[in-house]
Ligand binder design. Structure first.
Ligand code: GLY
Length: 353
């Protein structure tokens, strides 16, 4: 997979001009959702760079990251003469960059695309690293391909219009990057003042966070090995997300990841010796900022069955990424059903539910 260019923008218009110039094209499309159409598109329109663009507006939120929305995008591309030499710009959160990237990767067997992530989660995770796809059959990101964007342009000014929940959703992926990188970065994140956000400092932290991801993706773009580190918290997190969706009470991805991190740090502690004090400090931060995902022991089997669908699994054995310590990653770890149920007990006990 070719390495994608990730730019932490000083001036979005300059970076966008450069990115578009690097992708000669016959037609230009931009995919937005109803929110980014309203809040972010005017900023792009104020440049003269997208005068001849065809905008495709889709419904927001993960619940619409499905085959129907994808088919709608393909249809508009087809109706408006898109070719393999056309260019798509995805302007939005992870839902837009995942689905738009997949549309670009599959239409006429693939066209160029640029991601302009507008949420914290998309900036530090979804838009970077070439994973594209949609949800299917009640399962997260079940269908997709690896297909890197030609450029990813990160404009942190967009974060100023982000609501609190979406801020914390993205911040959970940053905490994950702290846990898998260095103690210094983990401390910076856990001590970040989330009540009064210093956007200049946040931009620095976003840059560091993206670098953690880029370094890992560069080593293992197709997730045969070390890229599984980026799944910390996700084996359980995706199960929480699927359960919440099945109950018609969807939760934001990063919240599910934060709660998944609690569970997977517990497994890390009992299986590979992750230090108890660092587990407790991380759990405390998550408890204070993310609230609680409620479930009881009658739902353990359902959660377990969701975990059996995790894409890292082989031959029906659940695969975990665990940590011996901060930055000390153990991929391809397993746990039996009894231990997984104990992990749910631990989560419920420490979250008081
Ligand atoms: N979000 C995890 C990855 O990109 O590998």
């Amino acid at each position: 997979m070719s390495k994608q260019e990730v730019i932490l923008c000083h001036h979005l218009a300059d970076s966008l001009k450069q990115a578009i110039d690097q992708c000669p094209h016959d037609r230009l499309f931009i995919i937005t959702d109803e929110n980014t159409h309203r809040l972010c598109m005017p900023q792009l329109k104020s440049t003269s760079l997208i005068d001849n663009v065809h905008e495709i507006i889709i419904s927001p939120e993960d619940i619409n990251k499905n085959i129907e929305t994808l088919s709608y995008v393909w249809q508009i591309l087809s109706d408006n003469g898109a070719t393999r030499h056309s260019l798509i710009i995805n302007l939005g959160g992870g839902m837009v960059t995942d689905l738009g990237g997949f549309a670009a990767a599959t239409f006429k067997r693939g066209m160029a695309y640029i991601n302009i992530p507008t949420t914290l989660l998309a900036m530090v995770d979804a838009s970077v690293g070439g994973k594209t796809g949609i949800n299917f059959n009640g399962l997260k990101n079940e269908i997709g391909v690896f297909a890197p964007a030609n450029s990813v342009l990160i404009e942190t000014e967009f974060l100023k219009s982000l609501d609190n929940e979406n801020f914390f959703s993205g911040f959970a992926e940053m905490i994950k990057h702290g846990l898998i990188s260095t103690e210094a970065h983990w401390v910076e994140l856990l001590t970040f003042n989330t009540q009064v956000i210093d956007y200049t400092y946040l931009k620095t932290l976003v840059g560091q966070s993206v670098k953690v991801k880029e370094d890992i993706v560069e080593q293992d773009p197709f997730e045969h090995g070390i890229r599984k580190a980026l799944n910390l918290g996700h084996t359980v997190g995706h199960a929480f997300e699927s359960l919440a969706l099945a109950q018609n009470k969807p939760v934001l991805h990063g919240y599910a990841v934060a709660w998944g991190i609690i569970c997977e740090l517990y497994l890390s502690h009992i299986k590979v010796g992750f230090p108890k004090d660092k587990m407790r400090q991380t759990i405390q931060f998550i408890k204070e900022n993310y609230g609680v995902f409620l479930f009881d022991c009658k739902q353990y089997e359902t959660l377990y069955s969701y975990m059996l669908h995790d894409k890292k699994n082989k031959s029906g054995v659940i695969n975990f990424t665990l940590l011996n310590n901060i930055g000390e990653i153990s991929i391809n770890q397993t746990a039996d059903k009894e231990t997984i149920f104990e992990m749910f007990d631990f989560y419920r006990e420490c979250m008081g539910c």
